[in-house]
Design a protein around this ligand. Sequence first.
Ligand code: ZN
Ligand code: ZN
Length: 56
Amino acid sequence: MNEEYIGKTCPYCKTAIQAGEEVRICGLCRMPHHLACWEENQGCTTFGCTEIQHDV
Ligand SMILES: [Zn+2]
Ligand SMILES: [Zn+2]
């Protein structure tokens, strides 16, 4: 599950996503975030992307 995102950098905490961590993929920019980071920011943290709490 989500193995293709392992090693990608979460744009919110600037930390690489590790195996076994929960990941939330932005429906607009496809940027992977840690689930906790997504929830803390209440949406995508990518600059210029505005997917905020509405599911695609
Ligand atoms: Zn993160
Ligand atoms: Zn996004």
